[in-house]
Ligand binder design. Structure first.
Ligand code: AFP
Length: 335
C-alpha cells in the first residue's frame, strides 16, 4: 500500500474517533495475517489459561488482546476494558475515551477455519475506570466489529447509521461499501443453539416451536436455522440478509443471564443493529437502555429484524396456559 494511502478514509468517521478506528484497522490487518497463516505459524487455538469468568482462553485470544492494547496505548484511549483482562486497564492517562473490546470473538472456531471477529465499543471516558463502562449502552459514541472471514470487513456506527467497510487485500485499505446498512425486513432465518432446548424458558421454547412447526403451525411459513458459534458471523449475516438471533437465559448453572457479555459484546451489537433499523433486547427490554452492574456481566440477547424481535417479547407476555399450549391452540399469530 503506498505510504500516503490511509488504511481507511476519514470522511465518514468523526475526526476525534478517526485515530482509534485507524488503530483498530491497522491491528486487524496484522490479525488477518496471523489467522490466515494458521498452523503454518504459531499455534492459535490451544488453551493457555482462563479469563476472569473461567472461560478457556485460546492463544489467539491473548495475542490479539496484547496487539490491540499495545497500539491503542498510543491513542486517545484512557480506559481499556477487555474480555481477556479481569480489570479495566489505563492505557493513556491523558486519554478522553473508554474502549471495551472482545479481542477475538468465536474462539471455538479458530482451529476449524470458520469466521471469527473483534467486537468493540467506545464511550467518552469518565474519571473512574469502571464507571466509564458501567453505564447505559445508549451512551456509546461508537460500536462495531471486524469480521475475519472469507472477506475481512469493518461494521461500525457512530450513532448516525451503520457503515460497512471491506478490506481490499490488494491495497491493504478498508473501502466504504455501504454507508446506510439496513437490516432486511423479511427473512425466514433464526439463529439459536438448539442443543439447549431443554434449558430454555417456556416463551423461548414456544417461539422456536412455532418456527419449527413451519407452514402447519401458527406462523404458516417455513423457516431455516443457522448457528455459527461466532456472534460476529451471526450479526453480519443478519445485517446482510435479516433474521433473528437468540442467546436467551437458560437453566444451566451460570447461564441465568445467558452467555454473552453486556459491555463488550451485546452493547456494541445492539448499537449497530438499532442504527440499521433492527431491534436488540434481552427478550423484552431494549439492550440500549441496559447498563452492566459488573464489567463481565452477561445478558440474554435477542436481536435482528424488528418484527421478529418484537414477536419474541409478546411470547414473554403470554399467559401461562397459552405459552404452554401446543402451537395449534395458541390463540395468537395466525400468520
Ligand atoms: P467463544 O469466543 O468462547 O467461542 O464464544 C463465542 C460466543 O461468545 C459467541 O460468539 C457465540 O455466539 C456464542 O459464544 C456461542 O455459544 P455456544 O458455544 O454456547 O453456542
Amino acid at each position: 500500500m503506498p505510504s500516503n494511502t490511509p488504511i481507511i478514509a476519514a470522511d465518514k468517521i468523526p475526526a476525534d474517533l478517526y485515530p482509534v478506528i485507524k488503530s483498530l484497522c491497522t491491528v486487524a490487518v496484522d490479525v488477518v495475517k496471523i489467522i490466515a497463516k494458521g498452523p503454518l505459524g504459531q499455534s492459535l487455538g490451544h488453551e493457555v489459561g482462563e479469563n476472569s469468568d473461567g472461560d478457556g482462553q485460546k492463544a489467539l485470544d491473548v495475542l490479539t488482546d496484547e496487539m490491540f492494547a499495545a497500539d491503542l496505548k498510543n491513542q486517545n484511549v484512557r480506559w481499556y476494558a477487555s474480555e481477556e483482562q479481569e480489570e479495566v486497564v489505563e492505557l493513556n492517562p491523558q486519554g478522553t475515551l473508554a474502549l471495551a473490546i472482545d479481542p477475538l470473538d468465536g474462539s471455538s472456531n479458530i482451529d476449524v477455519n470458520v469466521s471469527i471477529g473483534t467486537i468493540f465499543s467506545i464511550y467518552n471516558a469518565k474519571d473512574g475506570a469502571n464507571e466509564s463502562f458501567l453505564r447505559p449502552a445508549n451512551e456509546q459514541i461508537c460500536g462495531g466489529y471486524i469480521i475475519y472471514g472469507p472477506q475481512t470487513g469493518l461494521m461500525v456506527t457512530f450513532g448516525k447509521g451503520t457503515q460497512y467497510y471491506l478490506l481490499d487485500p490488494d491495497t491493504g485499505t478498508f473501502v466504504l461499501i455501504e454507508d446506510g446498512v439496513t437490516v432486511p425486513a423479511d427473512s425466514n432465518e433464526f439463529a439459536i443453539n438448539a442443543s439447549n432446548y431443554r434449558h430454555w424458558t417456556k416463551p423461548v421454547r414456544a417461539f422456536i416451536d412455532d418456527c419449527v412447526a413451519g407452514v402447519e403451525g401458527p406462523r404458516e411459513k417455513n423457516f431455516n436455522m443457522r448457528w455459527v458459534g461466532s456472534l460476529v458471523a451471526e450479526t453480519h449475516r443478519i445485517l446482510t440478509r435479516g433474521g433473528i438471533f437468540l442467546y436467551p437465559s437458560d437453566a444451566r448453572p451460570g447461564y441465568e443471564q445467558g452467555r454473552l457479555r453486556m459491555v463488550y459484546e451485546c452493547a456494541p451489537m445492539a448499537f449497530l443493529i438499532e442504527q440499521a433499523g433492527g431491534q436488540a433486547t434481552d427478550g423484552s427490554d431494549p439492550i440500549m437502555n441496559h447498563q452492566a452492574e459488573k464489567l463481565h456481566a452477561r445478558t440474554p440477547l435477542i436481536f435482528g429484524t424488528s418484527g421478529k424481535v418484537a414477536r419474541v417479547a409478546t411470547y414473554h407476555d403470554l399467559p401461562e396456559e397459552e405459552v404452554s399450549a401446543l402451537f395449534g391452540s395458541r390463540g395468537l399469530f395466525r400468520n
